[in-house]
Design a protein around this ligand. Sequence first.
Ligand code: HEM
Length: 123
Amino acid sequence: MKIDRLYEKVGGSQTIKAIVENFYDRVLADPSLAPFFPQADMQALRAKQVMFINMLMGSSRTYGGGNLAAAHAGAREQGLNDEHFDALLGHFEAAFNELGVAEDYTREMMGLLETSRSAVLGR
Ligand code: HEM
């Protein structure tokens, strides 16, 4: 079977679950980002983020979470801006690196996450 989707190339849902786990541990340890997550049900959020990343990486599984612009309205009221977005992407990249994902795939993934900026920041 020809492996051409990023989802398979990085090792499928097991790798993505481990990346999202590592990522949120970093986000919650970051004093510039942690204040955005007090209300969030982190177990549910981790599960939704795994679905979202699976979808972004070309998995045939559907993303059952809500619209990104709407989901971040509360965070925007709290002052969410480009700096927070850049910091969060930095934690994604660190998590990909820590899980040993090849640099090319990590760079491709950062490009895909960047496409969420306008929805998350509501512009
Ligand atoms: C590439 C950037 C981002 C992606 C792909 C992303 C993705 C998501 C997804 C899939 C959800 C779940 C939506 C739902 O509940 O249906 C979510 C919720 C959330 N995100 Fe993001 N997000 C991003 C950036 C950020 C940033 C920069 C912050 C704040 C620093 C943030 C804070 C939150 C919070 C607090 C929630 C939970 C909302 C709630 O349930 O009350 N996100 N995000």
